[in-house]
Design a protein around this ligand. Sequence first.
Ligand code: NZQ
Ligand code: ZN
Length: 384
Amino acid sequence: MFNFDFYNPTRVLFGVDRIADIDKFIPKQARVLITYGGGSAKKYGTLDEVHAALGDRATFEFGGIEVNPHFDTLMKAVDVVKDNKIDFLLAVGGGSVVDGTKFIAAAALYAGDIWPLWSQRQPLKEAIPLGCVMTLPATGSETNHVAVVTHTALGQKSGYSDPLLFPQFAVLDPTKTYTLPATQVANGVVDAFIHVIEQYLTYPVYGKVQDRFAEGLLLTLIEEGPKALTDPQNYDVRSAITWSATLALNGLIAVGVPQDWATHRMGHQLTALYGIDHAQTLAILLPGLLQVQRESKKQKLLQYAERVWNIHAGSDDSRIDAAIAKTREFFELMGLKTQLSAYGQPKSAIDEILGNLQRFNMLPMGERSDIDLERAKQILMLSY
Ligand code: NZQ
Ligand code: ZN
């Protein structure tokens, strides 16, 4: 196992009717900006609950943070923060709202254009404190220090992380997820699943604890994901999915082990170029990536086949083939398509995506930094 620091300061407020408890964790004198997305938080009453919990505090709202949040929109929120002397941010929504709010927290206290710092992943000196009420289990953004923002003018979707961006608290009420459309439920399950895969399916370093946690999360998502589609108001199912998505990307299973993230890096290009949902891009790319990387991931692929998919018989190659096929079947069972061509993109998309990977210095990728331009092309050809 590699050396590591484990730091996760986010308080989780899990369960039904927990929004009222945010009162204890926001200073009484705080001037709070509530951020939200396209309207689901308002429509389903979550914003009203948040206002009630905030009581007499000075509160302001910024709505309209879009899916895959945009730099330009978020900079408008930065103006609201400055004009109103906001000193606490409260995100209410899915990963896009939480990520966008992390960006606002950073940009509002930064003098000058923050994009160069963000896209080159330079550290922050300060950020406004934030908390969140999560309504979509998927990204893990609620308890991590990562945020992904799109600069549309540059065509760049850029991930960033800084310890100052951990939310101070995250409200996780599984009943808030009952109103999600089936597509978002499926996206969330697949995104969380692939977060685990990116940290687990690399090469062995005797990370036994991390492996067993990861396998537990994968099995939970495989068992519970389809149930959330057929039995949407089942609290136990929603709880299991909500907690799995959080633990999949709160740093716990990442410590001390190699990490891949090539599927995510390439996936961000598919979203930036074609607007394909984040999880859908991952479902397109992962099976092809596992195929191309099957030699360097061989030991973990065999472990994954055995422990996650119960595949015990046959040659090494046939067990790996079966595990990759099962992975693809699971995404399709959840309702996600697993080929880029199914989204109506022409084959020239492959060159466009490769161009982005070069332009934004994404190469080489993978846990061994062995995915160069040629291998990225092979992955994209198989994913088309
Ligand atoms: O905008 P509203 O009206 O709220 O509707 C949203 C949106 O249309 C809707 N929704 C959310 N909660 C709902 C609901 N609808 C009904 N009932 C509810 N309870 O769902 C739609 C999608 O929301 P979004 O926040 O975009 O989805 P998600 O949570 O999947 O976030 C995706 C973003 O997170 C980034 C992605 O790249 C993408 O930009 N990621 C962030 C990560 C992180 N911070 O660690 C890691 C991930 O790998 C990912 O990259
Ligand atoms: Zn993801």
